[in-house]
Write a protein that binds this ligand. Structure first.
Ligand code: A2P
Length: 312
Protein backbone atom coordinates (compact mmCIF):
# COMPACT_ATOMS: atom_id res chain seq x y z
CA UNK A 1 0.00 0.00 0.00
CA UNK A 2 1.50 3.34 -0.96
CA UNK A 3 -1.49 5.62 -0.38
CA UNK A 4 -4.45 5.94 1.95
CA UNK A 5 -7.75 6.51 0.18
CA UNK A 6 -10.22 9.11 1.42
CA UNK A 7 -14.01 9.00 1.14
CA UNK A 8 -14.03 10.93 -2.16
CA UNK A 9 -11.26 8.67 -3.53
CA UNK A 10 -8.49 11.25 -3.04
CA UNK A 11 -5.27 9.48 -2.13
CA UNK A 12 -2.68 10.59 0.42
CA UNK A 13 0.84 9.14 0.10
CA UNK A 14 1.27 6.85 3.11
CA UNK A 15 4.77 8.19 3.77
CA UNK A 16 5.28 11.91 4.19
CA UNK A 17 7.93 14.30 5.44
CA UNK A 18 7.60 15.60 9.00
CA UNK A 19 8.76 19.16 9.65
CA UNK A 20 8.41 19.45 13.44
CA UNK A 21 11.69 20.60 14.97
CA UNK A 22 13.20 21.30 11.55
CA UNK A 23 14.81 24.70 12.04
CA UNK A 24 13.68 27.38 9.55
CA UNK A 25 17.17 27.50 8.01
CA UNK A 26 17.23 23.70 7.58
CA UNK A 27 13.70 22.99 6.48
CA UNK A 28 13.97 24.67 3.05
CA UNK A 29 16.68 22.24 1.92
CA UNK A 30 14.94 19.28 3.55
CA UNK A 31 11.65 19.93 1.74
CA UNK A 32 13.28 20.67 -1.62
CA UNK A 33 15.53 17.57 -1.38
CA UNK A 34 12.58 15.46 -0.31
CA UNK A 35 10.49 16.55 -3.29
CA UNK A 36 13.47 15.96 -5.61
CA UNK A 37 13.82 12.35 -4.49
CA UNK A 38 10.11 11.61 -4.68
CA UNK A 39 8.30 12.70 -1.49
CA UNK A 40 4.84 13.99 -2.35
CA UNK A 41 3.39 14.48 1.16
CA UNK A 42 4.58 17.24 3.50
CA UNK A 43 3.27 17.54 7.05
CA UNK A 44 3.35 21.07 8.46
CA UNK A 45 1.89 23.13 11.30
CA UNK A 46 1.68 26.80 12.11
CA UNK A 47 3.22 25.99 15.50
CA UNK A 48 6.42 24.63 13.97
CA UNK A 49 7.44 28.19 13.14
CA UNK A 50 8.79 27.26 9.71
CA UNK A 51 5.84 27.36 7.30
CA UNK A 52 7.32 30.32 5.36
CA UNK A 53 10.46 28.33 4.61
CA UNK A 54 8.45 25.21 3.76
CA UNK A 55 6.39 27.43 1.44
CA UNK A 56 9.52 28.77 -0.26
CA UNK A 57 10.71 25.22 -0.90
CA UNK A 58 7.35 24.13 -2.32
CA UNK A 59 7.18 27.24 -4.51
CA UNK A 60 10.70 26.63 -5.82
CA UNK A 61 9.99 22.95 -6.48
CA UNK A 62 6.97 23.97 -8.54
CA UNK A 63 8.96 26.71 -10.32
CA UNK A 64 11.72 24.24 -11.16
CA UNK A 65 9.12 21.95 -12.71
CA UNK A 66 9.78 19.12 -10.23
CA UNK A 67 6.09 18.86 -9.33
CA UNK A 68 2.80 20.63 -9.78
CA UNK A 69 0.63 21.68 -6.85
CA UNK A 70 -1.79 18.83 -7.58
CA UNK A 71 1.01 16.27 -7.23
CA UNK A 72 1.58 17.27 -3.60
CA UNK A 73 -0.34 16.46 -0.45
CA UNK A 74 0.13 19.26 2.10
CA UNK A 75 -1.23 19.00 5.65
CA UNK A 76 -1.21 21.76 8.25
CA UNK A 77 -2.66 22.28 11.71
CA UNK A 78 -4.63 24.92 13.59
CA UNK A 79 -2.68 26.14 16.61
CA UNK A 80 -4.20 25.99 20.08
CA UNK A 81 -4.37 29.79 20.34
CA UNK A 82 -6.85 29.87 17.43
CA UNK A 83 -9.56 27.60 18.81
CA UNK A 84 -13.10 28.96 18.46
CA UNK A 85 -15.17 28.99 15.27
CA UNK A 86 -14.37 32.57 14.27
CA UNK A 87 -10.60 32.13 14.63
CA UNK A 88 -10.14 29.14 12.32
CA UNK A 89 -10.31 30.75 8.87
CA UNK A 90 -8.03 33.69 9.76
CA UNK A 91 -5.45 31.18 11.12
CA UNK A 92 -5.79 29.01 8.03
CA UNK A 93 -5.41 32.02 5.75
CA UNK A 94 -2.14 32.88 7.50
CA UNK A 95 -0.91 29.32 6.98
CA UNK A 96 -1.92 29.44 3.30
CA UNK A 97 -0.10 32.74 2.88
CA UNK A 98 3.01 31.37 4.57
CA UNK A 99 2.93 28.17 2.53
CA UNK A 100 2.15 30.19 -0.66
CA UNK A 101 -0.79 27.90 -1.41
CA UNK A 102 -4.43 28.44 -2.41
CA UNK A 103 -5.63 25.36 -0.56
CA UNK A 104 -4.46 22.62 1.80
CA UNK A 105 -5.07 18.94 1.27
CA UNK A 106 -5.73 18.38 4.96
CA UNK A 107 -6.27 20.73 7.93
CA UNK A 108 -6.23 19.40 11.48
CA UNK A 109 -7.02 20.75 14.94
CA UNK A 110 -3.50 20.36 16.39
CA UNK A 111 -4.44 19.58 20.02
CA UNK A 112 -7.61 19.31 22.10
CA UNK A 113 -6.14 22.15 24.15
CA UNK A 114 -7.11 25.83 23.91
CA UNK A 115 -4.77 28.72 24.64
CA UNK A 116 -5.40 32.43 24.87
CA UNK A 117 -4.88 34.36 21.63
CA UNK A 118 -1.24 35.04 20.82
CA UNK A 119 0.16 32.34 23.12
CA UNK A 120 2.86 30.21 21.50
CA UNK A 121 3.59 27.88 24.40
CA UNK A 122 1.93 28.38 27.80
CA UNK A 123 3.97 29.67 30.71
CA UNK A 124 1.25 29.83 33.36
CA UNK A 125 -2.18 28.38 34.06
CA UNK A 126 -3.92 31.58 32.97
CA UNK A 127 -2.55 31.16 29.42
CA UNK A 128 -5.11 28.39 28.90
CA UNK A 129 -8.82 28.44 28.08
CA UNK A 130 -10.74 25.42 29.39
CA UNK A 131 -12.66 23.40 26.79
CA UNK A 132 -15.86 24.17 28.70
CA UNK A 133 -15.46 27.77 27.43
CA UNK A 134 -14.45 26.94 23.89
CA UNK A 135 -15.79 23.48 23.09
CA UNK A 136 -14.11 21.36 20.44
CA UNK A 137 -17.45 21.19 18.60
CA UNK A 138 -17.37 24.98 18.26
CA UNK A 139 -13.85 24.98 16.78
CA UNK A 140 -14.93 22.13 14.51
CA UNK A 141 -17.60 24.42 12.97
CA UNK A 142 -14.79 26.73 11.83
CA UNK A 143 -12.94 23.77 10.36
CA UNK A 144 -16.10 22.74 8.47
CA UNK A 145 -16.46 26.28 7.13
CA UNK A 146 -12.88 26.09 5.81
CA UNK A 147 -13.78 22.88 3.99
CA UNK A 148 -16.94 24.39 2.55
CA UNK A 149 -15.01 27.42 1.31
CA UNK A 150 -12.50 25.19 -0.49
CA UNK A 151 -9.56 26.32 1.65
CA UNK A 152 -8.82 22.69 2.44
CA UNK A 153 -9.86 19.48 0.71
CA UNK A 154 -10.01 17.33 3.86
CA UNK A 155 -10.36 17.94 7.58
CA UNK A 156 -9.40 16.15 10.74
CA UNK A 157 -7.90 16.30 14.21
CA UNK A 158 -4.70 15.48 16.04
CA UNK A 159 -4.05 14.11 19.53
CA UNK A 160 -7.76 13.43 20.05
CA UNK A 161 -8.79 10.69 22.47
CA UNK A 162 -11.80 8.41 22.26
CA UNK A 163 -14.27 10.75 23.97
CA UNK A 164 -13.17 13.76 21.98
CA UNK A 165 -13.59 11.85 18.70
CA UNK A 166 -17.07 10.74 19.77
CA UNK A 167 -17.98 14.31 20.74
CA UNK A 168 -17.06 15.63 17.28
CA UNK A 169 -18.64 12.70 15.45
CA UNK A 170 -21.93 13.25 17.28
CA UNK A 171 -22.46 16.77 15.95
CA UNK A 172 -20.30 17.08 12.83
CA UNK A 173 -21.89 17.93 9.49
CA UNK A 174 -18.59 17.01 7.83
CA UNK A 175 -16.92 14.20 9.77
CA UNK A 176 -13.20 14.23 10.55
CA UNK A 177 -11.24 11.99 8.18
CA UNK A 178 -7.94 11.86 10.06
CA UNK A 179 -6.58 11.62 13.59
CA UNK A 180 -2.86 12.30 13.76
CA UNK A 181 -1.35 10.79 16.90
CA UNK A 182 1.95 9.45 18.19
CA UNK A 183 2.37 5.88 17.00
CA UNK A 184 5.29 3.42 16.67
CA UNK A 185 6.04 -0.13 17.84
CA UNK A 186 6.28 0.99 21.51
CA UNK A 187 2.88 2.79 21.31
CA UNK A 188 0.49 0.84 19.12
CA UNK A 189 -2.82 2.33 20.36
CA UNK A 190 -4.96 -0.64 19.35
CA UNK A 191 -8.24 0.64 20.85
CA UNK A 192 -7.87 4.09 19.31
CA UNK A 193 -7.02 2.50 15.96
CA UNK A 194 -10.16 0.33 16.12
CA UNK A 195 -12.31 3.35 16.97
CA UNK A 196 -10.87 5.39 14.10
CA UNK A 197 -11.59 2.50 11.69
CA UNK A 198 -15.11 2.32 13.05
CA UNK A 199 -15.52 6.03 12.29
CA UNK A 200 -13.96 5.56 8.82
CA UNK A 201 -11.10 7.82 9.87
CA UNK A 202 -7.44 7.34 8.90
CA UNK A 203 -4.51 7.65 11.27
CA UNK A 204 -1.20 9.39 10.68
CA UNK A 205 1.60 8.38 13.04
CA UNK A 206 3.80 11.17 14.34
CA UNK A 207 7.14 10.38 15.96
CA UNK A 208 7.12 7.10 13.98
CA UNK A 209 10.83 6.64 14.72
CA UNK A 210 10.31 7.16 18.41
CA UNK A 211 11.34 10.81 18.25
CA UNK A 212 15.06 10.76 19.03
CA UNK A 213 15.09 14.21 20.55
CA UNK A 214 14.69 13.40 24.23
CA UNK A 215 18.27 12.73 25.22
CA UNK A 216 17.31 11.81 28.78
CA UNK A 217 15.01 9.09 27.55
CA UNK A 218 16.79 5.79 27.93
CA UNK A 219 14.15 3.94 25.91
CA UNK A 220 15.40 4.05 22.34
CA UNK A 221 13.14 2.56 19.71
CA UNK A 222 15.81 2.22 17.04
CA UNK A 223 18.15 0.44 19.46
CA UNK A 224 15.63 -2.21 20.36
CA UNK A 225 17.05 -5.73 19.78
CA UNK A 226 13.95 -7.11 18.04
CA UNK A 227 13.95 -4.18 15.63
CA UNK A 228 17.70 -4.48 15.05
CA UNK A 229 17.49 -8.25 14.43
CA UNK A 230 14.69 -7.89 11.91
CA UNK A 231 16.61 -5.05 10.25
CA UNK A 232 19.69 -7.28 9.86
CA UNK A 233 17.68 -10.22 8.55
CA UNK A 234 15.81 -8.14 5.97
CA UNK A 235 18.68 -5.90 4.91
CA UNK A 236 16.82 -2.88 6.21
CA UNK A 237 17.76 -0.18 8.72
CA UNK A 238 16.04 -0.09 12.14
CA UNK A 239 14.23 3.08 11.04
CA UNK A 240 12.88 1.29 7.97
CA UNK A 241 11.64 -1.57 10.15
CA UNK A 242 9.81 0.85 12.45
CA UNK A 243 8.24 2.72 9.52
CA UNK A 244 7.30 -0.45 7.62
CA UNK A 245 5.61 -1.92 10.69
CA UNK A 246 3.33 1.09 11.12
CA UNK A 247 2.57 1.41 7.40
CA UNK A 248 1.71 -2.28 7.16
CA UNK A 249 -0.88 -1.64 9.89
CA UNK A 250 -2.52 0.75 7.39
CA UNK A 251 -1.26 3.90 9.11
CA UNK A 252 0.51 6.84 7.44
CA UNK A 253 3.95 7.87 8.76
CA UNK A 254 5.65 11.27 8.68
CA UNK A 255 9.28 10.75 9.76
CA UNK A 256 11.14 14.02 10.17
CA UNK A 257 14.61 14.35 8.73
CA UNK A 258 16.81 17.17 7.53
CA UNK A 259 19.52 14.79 6.32
CA UNK A 260 19.54 13.72 2.64
CA UNK A 261 20.72 10.16 3.23
CA UNK A 262 18.08 9.59 5.91
CA UNK A 263 15.36 11.22 3.78
CA UNK A 264 16.16 8.70 1.05
CA UNK A 265 16.46 5.80 3.47
CA UNK A 266 13.05 6.58 4.94
CA UNK A 267 11.41 6.88 1.51
CA UNK A 268 12.99 3.60 0.41
CA UNK A 269 11.07 1.82 3.15
CA UNK A 270 8.34 1.61 0.51
CA UNK A 271 10.50 -0.94 -1.35
CA UNK A 272 10.44 -3.36 1.60
CA UNK A 273 7.81 -5.66 3.08
CA UNK A 274 7.94 -7.26 6.51
CA UNK A 275 6.77 -10.84 6.86
CA UNK A 276 3.84 -11.97 9.03
CA UNK A 277 6.41 -13.37 11.43
CA UNK A 278 8.20 -10.00 11.66
CA UNK A 279 4.85 -8.28 12.23
CA UNK A 280 4.04 -10.64 15.10
CA UNK A 281 7.41 -10.07 16.77
CA UNK A 282 7.02 -6.30 16.44
CA UNK A 283 3.47 -6.38 17.78
CA UNK A 284 4.91 -7.73 21.04
CA UNK A 285 6.99 -4.56 21.53
CA UNK A 286 3.95 -2.50 22.49
CA UNK A 287 4.41 -0.94 25.92
CA UNK A 288 2.14 2.08 25.68
CA UNK A 289 5.17 4.35 25.84
CA UNK A 290 4.74 7.97 24.81
CA UNK A 291 7.83 9.96 23.82
CA UNK A 292 5.63 13.08 23.53
CA UNK A 293 4.02 12.77 26.94
CA UNK A 294 1.77 15.85 26.96
CA UNK A 295 3.11 16.97 30.36
CA UNK A 296 3.91 20.35 28.83
CA UNK A 297 0.17 21.11 29.07
CA UNK A 298 0.12 20.52 32.84
CA UNK A 299 0.31 23.56 35.13
CA UNK A 300 -0.67 23.88 38.75
CA UNK A 301 -4.35 24.92 38.81
CA UNK A 302 -4.43 24.72 35.02
CA UNK A 303 -7.38 23.17 33.18
CA UNK A 304 -5.48 20.33 31.45
CA UNK A 305 -3.53 17.27 32.58
CA UNK A 306 -1.72 14.79 30.37
CA UNK A 307 -4.07 12.12 31.67
CA UNK A 308 -7.15 14.14 30.72
CA UNK A 309 -5.75 14.65 27.22
CA UNK A 310 -4.86 11.02 26.52
CA UNK A 311 -7.48 9.15 28.49
CA UNK A 312 -10.65 11.08 29.14
P1 A2P B 1 17.65 13.99 11.34
O1 A2P B 1 16.70 15.09 10.99
O2 A2P B 1 19.01 14.50 11.67
O3 A2P B 1 17.66 12.90 10.28
P2 A2P B 1 10.53 11.29 14.52
O4 A2P B 1 10.07 11.52 13.11
O5 A2P B 1 10.12 9.97 15.11
O6 A2P B 1 10.20 12.44 15.44
O7 A2P B 1 12.12 11.19 14.49
C1 A2P B 1 12.87 12.25 14.01
C2 A2P B 1 14.29 12.07 14.47
O8 A2P B 1 14.85 10.90 13.86
C3 A2P B 1 15.15 13.21 14.05
O9 A2P B 1 16.06 13.43 15.11
C4 A2P B 1 15.86 12.71 12.79
O10 A2P B 1 17.13 13.30 12.70
C5 A2P B 1 16.00 11.24 13.09
N1 A2P B 1 15.94 10.38 11.89
C6 A2P B 1 15.20 10.55 10.78
N2 A2P B 1 15.35 9.52 9.93
C7 A2P B 1 16.20 8.65 10.51
C8 A2P B 1 16.76 7.39 10.14
N3 A2P B 1 16.45 6.82 8.99
N4 A2P B 1 17.60 6.79 11.03
C9 A2P B 1 17.92 7.36 12.20
N5 A2P B 1 17.43 8.55 12.61
C10 A2P B 1 16.58 9.19 11.78
Amino acid sequence: MTTLKFRNNDEMPILGLGTFRSEPNEVYNAVLSAIKIGYRHIDCAAAYGNEKEVGNAIADAIKQGLVSREDLWVTSKLWNASHGEENVIPALNQTLEDLQLDYLDLYLIHWPVALKKGTEMPEKASDFIPLSEVPLTNTWKGIEAALEQGLTKHIGVSNFNENQLKEIMASAVHKPEMNQVEMHPFLQQKELKALCSHFDMHITAYAPLGSLVDENNTLRLLENDTIKNIANARNMSPAQVALAYTMQRGIAVIPKSINEARLLQNLETLNHTLTEEDMTLLKDLNKGHRFIDGKFWEFENGPYTADSIWNN
